[in-house]
Design a binder for this molecule. Structure first.
Ligand SMILES: [Zn+2]
Length: 236
């Protein structure tokens, strides 16, 4: 489920490095990242272990605080509120709360005046689609978060996702994700109209072309879609 692994990003600032997602508890990896120079702080995009598990060890190695939206993961500091910036002089790094993939998901936008980079965690991944798994994931929140990201990105903004390659045009990635989600919701609505009763029934119809080993994950995604559709205002 991590594609080719989790991406750890090192953002050079005027006062030291901001490390986005130290990643799993891999001693060699943490050593290499810590060895790049002084660290101002590590920020976790969300609590999933492949992003956060190494954070405590990384903090011990570097003496740097760990900042996350879930306060139980913070060490030696707290993440600024939604829309606020990290305490580094340059680039400006803004925190954007983007619940949906998980309730505690955040993105960061770094801006040095000429280049902007969106660190999207698992809210947008570089390949395939993000998982919004019921019940920690919430599709209504997720769609709101994507709309929000649409307002803060444009085609010059670089996308630095939690998994998969870095790419240009973050705005296009956001738009593609929104379109994909709406397509899937339409497919789930059709499956329900065709008589599907359970998430499993829906998966058999909507994900028939997807390898069966991925069906359990798909079922959690469908559960999130069903929860969303249950709350949707009825039009009839
Ligand atoms: Zn995740």
């Amino acid at each position: 489920m991590t594609l080719d692994g989790t991406n750890t990003y090192i953002v050079q600032t005027a006062t030291g490095h901001v490390v986005v997602d130290p990643g799993p508890l891999l001693p060699d990896h943490l050593q290499v990242v810590a060895g790049q120079g002084p660290v101002v702080c590590a920020v976790l995009t969300h609590h999933h272990a492949d992003h956060s598990e190494g954070a405590t060890r990384f903090s011990e190695l570097t003496g740097a605080p760990v900042l996350a939206r879930d306060v139980t993961l913070c060490r030696g500091g707290v993440l600024p509120d939604d829309g606020e910036i990290l305490n580094v002089p340059s680039p400006m790094i803004r925190v954007i709360d983007t619940p949906g993939h998980t309730a505690d998901s955040v993105c960061l936008i770094a801006d040095d005046g000429s280049t902007r980079v969106l660190f999207s965690g698992d809210t947008i991944v570089g390949r395939g689609t993000a998982v919004v798994a019921h019940p920690d994931g919430n599709l209504a929140d997720y769609l709101d978060s994507l709309e929000r990201l649409r307002t803060v990105t444009d085609k010059s903004c670089i996308l630095a996702p939690g998994h998969g390659p870095v790419r240009g045009n973050a705005a296009a990635a956001v738009t593609d994700y929104l379109a994909h989600r709406q397509d899937r919701l339409d497919q789930v609505r059709s499956a329900l109209s065709a008589g599907a009763q359970t998430a499993h029934d829906v998966v058999e119809i909507v994900y028939s072309d997807v390898d069966r080993s991925l069906w359990p994950a798909a079922e959690l995604t469908v559960e999130a879609a069903l929860a969303y559709l249950r709350d949707e205002p009825r039009t009839d």
